[in-house]
Write a protein that binds this ligand. Structure first.
Ligand SMILES: *Cc1c(COP(=O)(O)O)cnc(C)c1O
Length: 460
């Protein structure tokens, strides 16, 4: 049989792992709006931000001028456990669809935590260790971030306290046990262990919790630890997007090897870190006028921050302890219905992605979960990988775009981010397989109700 010119999987060599992260903000003429300190309503200072995050991470958070930042050697060694990640040519899916489109996906589910989140978890754990901290606190929704952080902390000998959104804690006991196996302590959120948790319980008895609320508890636990712990966050922040650029840099290196230039780049967007990481090197080319791409962010119709939110300053957490970020947001009080794509249930969006979207460099689309699972099943049956529900949002739109090509006969090259595997999401798959899954789209009234809780805007 004739060998294909482009292999099914493009693997880079270990010595081709990028040595630097790429900071796309350095190439943006109009920068994302600065983080604002809610106490002063002015841009937050490095000193103040260093009380919440490790010093080095606070610096990365605020740096919008340095284009390339060295990846510490210890991190490269860790990355080698599961990177470079393969870029897969989806020949089987193309055949199944009968499309002339050429489809590629970057697979980030090749590690025990099952998603791209380990890329930033290990970086954040490294800097915490460097700073001599005892440990870190965090929230987790679907559980991927908590799992990734547990792995990272155990590697560097740090203590790890995870506040897990209550519905996930109950629906995903195995996720919880993976975290505990790696030595983390896991508390369902809201909990009675923090002031903000007790308050949320009082106001919303019986709540299944939300990411924003779990963030508040994790921040409080760090702030009241006498400086021994720092809070770490798995998405939204500039620092996380920066660490995730390893995805896009590897993708670009693999495509360049074969002289392939994508037309459309697609990713799911919760807080925006995987998408931001995937697209950054490509957006950099767009910003420098070197190339042009269509970029599509995909979000759940149940939590549509880009497509139906407002572009304003908002709190990153329900407890309003974190600094404020200008972003597309549904309001930090937004508690979405229990959509199964837990990792996409966040009220806001990375301020960098928000700004790119506002400048028209990126499109956004929202999709309903039954159609997402239909795409997931179709993909799993031909490509083999059982995708995470979050990742399947990107699959949905990749298939939609490939089917458009089938109609028009265009041979477009589509690249999408396959952020993780769905082995811990079988509860959701079960509902889909049983025909019990329904779609939920918030009404305009509901969107307006939460938008009314947006904070007073700073005058900068
Ligand atoms: C967390 C998660 C996401 C969404 O987070 P982003 O920060 O938007 O990337 C997507 N896919 C998977 C598998 C996840 O675990």
């Amino acid at each position: 049989m004739e060998e294909k010119k482009i292999p099914y999987k493009i693997y880079l060599k270990e010595d081709e792992i990028p040595r630097q992260w790429y900071n796309v903000r350095a190439d943006m003429k109009k920068k994302p709006a600065p983080l604002v300190d809610p106490d002063t309503m002015k841009p937050i200072t490095l000193d103040k931000l260093s009380q919440v995050f490790c010093r080095e991470l606070a610096e990365q958070e605020l740096d919008d001028t340095t284009p390339y930042i060295d990846i510490p050697e210890e991190l490269i060694d860790f990355y080698k456990m599961y990177r470079p990640a393969p870029l897969v040519r989806a020949y089987c899916l193309e055949k199944e669809l009968g499309t002339p489109a050429k489809i590629y996906y970057k697979f980030e589910g090749n590690n025990t935590s099952g998603s791209h989140k380990l890329n930033s978890a290990i970086a954040q754990a490294y800097y915490a260790k460097q700073q001599g901290l005892k440990g870190v606190t965090t929230e987790t929704g679907a559980g991927q971030w908590g799992t990734a952080l547990s792995m990272a902390c155990s590697y560097f000998g740090l203590d790890c306290k995870v506040f897990m959104v209550k519905v996930s804690y109950e629906q995903k006991p195995h996720r919880r046990e993976v975290m505990r196996t790696y030595g983390a302590s896991v508390t369902p959120s809201p909990s009675m262990t923090t002031e903000v948790g007790r308050k949320i319980f009082e106001e919303h008895p019986g709540t299944g919790g939300s990411l924003g609320c779990a963030i508040s508890e994790a921040v409080e636990a760090a702030m009241t630890s006498g400086g021994e712990y720092r809070y770490v966050l798995g998405s939204v922040l500039n620092q996380v997007l920066l660490h995730q650029t390893i995805i896009g840099l590897e993708t670009k290196a693999a495509l360049d090897k074969y002289g392939v230039k994508p037309d459309i780049i697609i990713g799911c967007a919760g807080g925006g870190s995987n998408l931001g990481g995937l697209i950054s090197p490509f957006v950099g080319e767009m910003l420098r006028g070197e190339a042009d791409y269509r970029i599509i962010a995909v979000e759940p119709a149940s939590c549509p921050s880009l497509t139906r939110g407002k572009y304003v300053y908002d709190f990153c957490d329900t407890g309003k302890i974190c600094p404020m970020a200008k972003m597309y947001t549904l309001g930090s009080g937004f508690i979405p219905s229990s959509s199964h794509a837990g990792g996409l249930r966040y009220h806001g969006m990375s301020s960098t992605l928000s700004e790119l979207y506002d400048q028209g460099l990126m499109e956004a689309r929202s999709v309903e979960q039954t159609s997402v699972f239909a795409a997931a099943v179709q993909f799993a049956r031909v490509e083999g990988i059982l995708p995470a529900p979050e990742s399947s949002h990107a699959i949905r739109v990749a298939i939609d775009e490939a089917m458009k090509c089938k109609k028009t006969g265009e041979e477009k090259t589509i690249v999408f981010g396959l952020t993780g595997t769905g082995y811990f999401d079988m509860f959701a798959y079960e509902r889909f397989n049983n025909g019990q899954m329904s779609d939920y789209i918030p009404t305009d009234e509901e969107i307006a109700k939460f938008a009314a809780t947006l904070p007073e805007q700073p005058e900068l």
